[in-house]
Design a protein around this ligand. Structure first.
Ligand code: ADP
Ligand code: MG
Length: 279
């Protein structure tokens, strides 16, 4: 069959039609189809399915590129045993996206530094992208800076609207936004615009009680918190720093380690002051 058509013209046509997967595969499929005597409809179906699968793959690749997720922060290497207050099943449900991203609901992760908030946020972001959602991960202070520049150029509204293409905006480290009125109001604009339409995932070291320091004006703080929590899942990750825990675990005498490297103190009776980082 393939011998009877002008293959180079077909290549041109497939280019014109923007069907790169079919362009690449049709000869191989045609040979197989001739050999195995496939009905024409099966041949056409196989090519169409490959084109669609390839298109989905490229789209997800694009979304991964734009999301700016930190590398290697994935669910597979997230140790759920370290955060017993969070169930893996609940996180898996959130990773589907349905039921919250389609409603513009939010996810708020609170807890002291090192507890895995950014890791979990990035891991959820990655899973959502794999399901076809669009996500942007950004340090809150970086985004606030970008929005402030946009505002100076009278483009704040447009800049916030451009963020609408992301079903989920991950604002990492909310509390590190500097406490200047102009900055907090762009953040407030962003939260208000997305309210009930597009989701945000916020990580913060301090719970709401301390947010008066983020939004200087108490009325604005109240209004922002109100919008954020109206439809939200909140994880309080009040655990010890994972870095510190793993550093301590490394210090413990393990099997095969030379005795002179063993930990000096009674590891079992460490007091909080013994747990301070060495820096
Ligand atoms: P936070 O954002 O709460 O300050 P991070 O997510 O940055 O904490 O975590 C600090 C470091 O410890 C990161 O390298 C992270 O990958 C790791 N980490 C934290 N919690 C976990 C966990 N439960 N499982 C695996 N790694 C973790
Ligand atoms: Mg963090």
């Amino acid at each position: 069959m393939s011998a009877t058509i002008d293959a180079s013209r077909l290549t041109l046509l497939l280019n014109e039609l923007r069907l790169p997967a079919i362009k690449q595969l049709w000869q191989q499929f045609a040979e197989r189809s001739d050999k195995e005597g496939w009905p024409a409809s099966r041949f056409l179906m196989a090519l169409a399915e490959h084109e669609i699968a390839e298109r989905d793959r490229r789209r997800i690749e694009r979304h991964l590129g734009e999301a700016k997720l930190p590398a290697d922060k994935i669910l597979d290497n997230f140790d759920f045993a370290a955060v017993p207050m969070i169930s893996k099943a609940q996180v898996s449900a959130l990773c589907a996206g349905d039921g919250w991203l389609d409603k513009g609901a939010n996810l708020l992760l609170f807890g002291p530094p090192g507890g895995g908030k950014s890791h979990l946020a990035a891991a959820i972001g990655l899973s959502l992208i794999e399901k076809g959602w669009r996500v942007l991960f950004t340090r809150t202070s970086d985004l606030v800076q970008r929005l402030q520049i946009a505002r100076r150029e009278f483009g704040l509204e447009a800049a916030i609207q451009r963020l609408d293409r992301y079903h989920l905006l991950i604002l990492d480290d909310l509390v590190y936004v500097t406490k200047d009125q102009a900055e907090t109001s762009v953040l407030f604009e962003l939260i208000s615009t997305r309210y009930e339409r597009r989701s945000v995932l916020i990580t913060a070291n301090q719970p709401f009680g301390e947010w008066g320091k983020v939004f200087q004006d108490p009325a604005m703080t109240l209004a922002a918190v109100d919008r954020l929590v109206h439809h939200a899942t909140i994880f309080e990750m009040n655990v010890e720093s994972y870095r510190r825990r793993t550093a301590l675990a490394r210090k413990k005498p393990g099997p095969g380690r030379p005795a002179q490297h063993a930990t000096i103190k009674n590891v079992g009776s460490l007091t909080p002051s013994d747990n301070q980082p060495s820096t």
